[in-house]
Design a protein around this ligand. Structure first.
Ligand code: PEP
Length: 253
């Protein structure tokens, strides 16, 4: 963590929690975030967003979505636009999560369009990048991450880059209980920052919050968050347990 940048602890609830369950979980999370030293975000399923925005109103917790469509409106059955999210009171949106890339054919080209749509609507995009175990073992991790960053952020200006959050999520660590070591996570978060510096200039790169995601939990959070280029966490499984999520929030001092 670095005092110049915003520290962000964001929960990704994925496809979990009905509206009633979401209300109950958020009710438990709010007191744990009331004196947080960091920004706290919960990214809920679409249908939970209205109740989450209502429950979180006036609190320290911001609400995020897990995806959006890049078009403003039209014949895109089943999709949700940035303006629809913005009107609800949503502040953040996860874009390019590896599960969307893997199961829903998300490409760097659509991720790039979605980043643009989010920024235009005043939403903070949390851009997810990360390598598979195979790519790491083949020694092409750096090229892969750099390519994702370059294409996904191709249409973002330096001024807008200050409004984007990047999450490094090694695919082999997501939902597997296998966490990257703090040295591995720091190495790639630094690589991301160096790539951002090449593309947008050093000052902009220094201002971007870069999160680590991949089996972050109450036990390993403090060590990961102590790394100089890790400015927070994107948390899946542990964000569904208020106590665990609360401990991660507390670790982000
Ligand atoms: C995620 O899906 O963004 C994630 C990091 O999940 P988990 O914490 O469960 O590995």
């Amino acid at each position: 963590m670095n005092s110049k940048r915003k520290t962000i602890i964001a929960g990704n609830w994925k496809m979990n929690k009905t509206c009633k369950e979401a209300e109950a979980l958020l009710g438990e999370v709010l007191p744990k975030a009331s004196d947080a030293a960091c920004e706290v975000v919960v990214c809920t399923p679409y249908v939970d967003l209205p109740v989450a925005c209502r429950v979180a109103e006036g609190s320290k917790v911001k609400v995020g979505a897990q995806n959006l469509h890049f078009k403003a409106s039209g014949a895109y059955t089943g999709e949700i636009s940035a303006a629809m999210l913005q009107e609800l009171g949503v502040s953040y949106v996860i874009i390019g999560h590896s599960e969307r890339r893997e199961y829903f054919a998300e490409t760097d080209a659509t991720v790039s369009l979605k980043i643009g749509a989010a920024l235009e609507a005043g939403l903070v995009p949390i851009l997810c990048v990360g390598e598979s175990l195979e790519q790491r073992e083949q020694g092409i991790m750096s090229e892969h991450i750099r390519t994702q960053i370059k294409i996904d952020l191709a249409n973002v200006s330096a001024a807008d880059m200050g409004k984007v959050v990047v999450a490094y999520e090694p695919i082999w660590a997501i939902g597997t209980g296998k966490t990257a070591t703090s040295a591995q996570a720091q190495e790639v978060c630094k690589l991301i920052r160096d790539t951002l510096a090449e593309l947008f200039g050093a000052d902009t790169a220094e201002s971007v919050s870069i999160l680590y995601g991949g089996s972050m939990n109450a036990k390993n959070a403090a060590e990961l968050l102590s790394q100089p280029d890790i400015d927070g966490g994107l948390i899946g499984g542990a964000s569904l347990k208020a106590d665990d999520f609360g401990q991660i929030i507390a670790a982000a001092k």
